[in-house]
Design a protein around this ligand. Structure first.
Ligand code: GDP
Ligand code: MG
Length: 371
C-alpha cells in the first residue's frame, strides 16, 4: 500500500503545498513537499482543514473487468458443458425435477457421498457433462440478468400437465427469450390421471413454442419428475441442443466467472459459490469478486470433493474471500493479491461514484482505501 506525498495531498485538498506543510509543522510533523505521509497524518491534516470529502476521479484502468476480456483464438477453445436453468410456475415440479436428475446421476463411486448445495451441480451422461443451476430459478435468473451476468446456455421450462400454462410460465418464457437462450419444454406430472400433455403443447403455441411434430423447432419432453420417467430423454435433448450450439471456452487462461450465491459461514468465513466460465480456477489464485477480493484457499465441488482446479462450466464453492460478494457479481483472477485488492477497491469507488452521479464526491475513507 503506497503512501501519499505532501504535494499529492495538497492537490486533493485544493491547497498549496506550503499551506499543508505549515499545517504539518503546527501539528509537530516536519515535512517537505516530497514527504510521504501515513494515513493517520493525512486524516489529521484533512480534518484540520475541515475537509470531510474531496473530489477525486479514479481513472479507469486498462486492467479493469470490462476491458480485459481478451479475444480467444479459435484453436484455444475447447468444448465445455452446457449450463442449464430450470424455470416454471410454482409447484410445477422444478425442485423435484432438479433433485431427480441429480440423484439419478449419482455414479456408484459417489453413492452415499455427501452432496453439497453449491448453487449448481453437474451430471454426466454418455460421458458428457451438464451443469444445472439450482439457485431458486426466477429470482436468481432475474437478478443475474439485471446485473448483466449471462450464465445460462439453455432453459428448461417446466409445465405441469395437470395445470397448464400459468403466469410464471409466461414470465419464464419471456426471460429465456430476452436472454436469447434455447428453450426445452419439460411437460411434467404425466403420471397424474388428469394429465394432458397435448393441451400444454397447444397452449404453448401462443408463445411461439411449437413442437417439431407440428412444424416448429421447440423440443418438448414429457416427464414425471416424481416417478423419474423420461429423465434420460430430457438429458439427451439437452446434450443435443448443446451439440448444435457447440458451447466452448478457453481453459488455458486465468479464470473468469460469476458468483451464483455467497454468504458468511460461521466456520469458514465468507464463502461464495461460483461458476467458472472461462479459464481454469486454481488453488492460490488471487481474484476479485464484485467489489471484494481474495485468494482461493479451498474449492469444493457439488460432491463435496476438494478440487485443485476447476475448468469452464464447473461450479465450485470457494473460501478465501475477505468479504461476502453478491449473487451475479463477476468473478475474475488477477496476477497477484496486490493487484486484486487494488482492482476491488477501485471498483468500490467507481460503484459509489456511479451511484452518486458523475460529479460525485468521495469520502476520505474511500481515499485512504485507495492509497
Ligand atoms: P416447484 O415449486 O416448481 O419447485 O415444485 P416442487 O418440485 O416443489 O413440486 C410441487 C409438488 O408437485 C410436490 O408435492 C411434488 O411432489 C409434486 N410433483 C412434482 N413433480 C411431480 C410429478 O412428476 N408427478 C406428480 N404426481 N407430482 C409431482
Ligand atoms: Mg421449488
Amino acid at each position: 500500500r503506497g503512501n501519499m506525498i505532501v504535494a499529492e495531498l495538497a492537490k486533493l485538498l485544493h491547497k498549496d503545498a506550503s499551506e499543508v506543510i505549515k499545517k504539518l509543522i503546527s501539528l509537530g510533523v516536519m515535512a517537505t513537499i516530497n514527504q510521504e505521509l501515513d494515513i493517520e497524518t493525512i486524516q489529521l491534516v484533512a480534518s484540520e482543514f475541515k475537509v470531510e470529502e474531496v473530489e477525486i476521479k479514479i481513472p479507469v484502468e486498462e486492467d479493469d473487468f470490462e476491458t480485459v476480456e481478451e479475444k480467444d483464438n479459435e484453436e484455444d477453445l475447447q468444448s465445455r458443458a452446457p449450463v442449464v436453468t430450470i424455470m416454471g410456475h410454482v409447484d410445477h415440479g422444478k425442485t423435484t425435477l432438479l433433485d431427480a436428475i441429480r440423484s439419478t446421476n449419482v455414479t456408484s463411486g459417489e453413492a452415499g457421498g455427501i452432496t453439497q448445495h453449491i448453487g449448481a451441480y453437474q451430471v454426466e451422461i454418455n460421458n458428457k457433462k451438464i451443469t444445472f443451476l439450482d439457485t431458486p430459478g426466477h429470482e436468481a435468473f432475474t437478478m443475474m440478468r439485471a446485473r448483466g451476468a449471462e450464465v445460462t446456455d439453455i432453459t428448461i421450462i417446466v409445465v405441469a400437465a395437470d395445470d397448464g400454462v400459468m403466469p410464471q410460465t409466461v414470465e419464464a418464457i419471456s426471460h429465456a427469450k430476452a436472454a436469447k437462450v434455447p428453450i426445452i419444454v419439460a411437460v411434467n406430472k404425466i403420471d397424474k390421471p388428469d394429465a394432458n400433455p397435448d393441451t400444454i403443447k397447444q397452449e404453448l403455441t401462443k408463445y411461439e413454442l411449437v413442437p417439431e411434430e407440428w412444424g416448429g423447432d421447440t423440443i418438448f419432453v414429457n416427464v414425471s419428475a416424481k416417478q423419474r420417467t423420461n429423465l434420460e430423454e430430457l438429458l439427451e435433448m439437452i446434450l443435443l441442443v448443446a451439440e448444435v450450439n457447440d458451447y466452448k471456452a478457453n481453459p488455458n487462461k486465468r479464470a473468469r466467472g460469476t458468483v451464483l450465491e455467497a454468504e458468511l459461514d460461521k466456520g469458514k468465513g465468507p464463502i461464495a459459490r461460483v461458476l467458472v466460465q472461462h479459464g481454469t480456477l486454481k488453488i492460490g489464485d488471487a481474484f476479485v469478486a464484485g467489489n471484494t477480493f481474495g485468494r482461493i484457499r479451498a474449492m469444493i465441488n457439488d460432491k463435496g470433493r476438494r478440487l485443485k482446479e476447476a475448468d469452464p462450466s464447473t461450479p465450485v464453492e470457494i473460501t478465501g474471500l475477505t468479504e461476502v460478494p453478491k449473487a451475479g457479481d463477476p468473478f475474475m483472477v488477477f496476477e497477484d493479491e496486490r493487484k486484486a485488492r487494488a482492482i476491488s477497491e477501485r471498483r468500490s469507488i467507481k460503484q459509489r461514484q456511479s451511484q452518486m452521479g458523475a460529479n460525485s464526491r468521495v469520502t476520505l475513507d474511500d481515499l485512504y482505501k485507495h492509497i
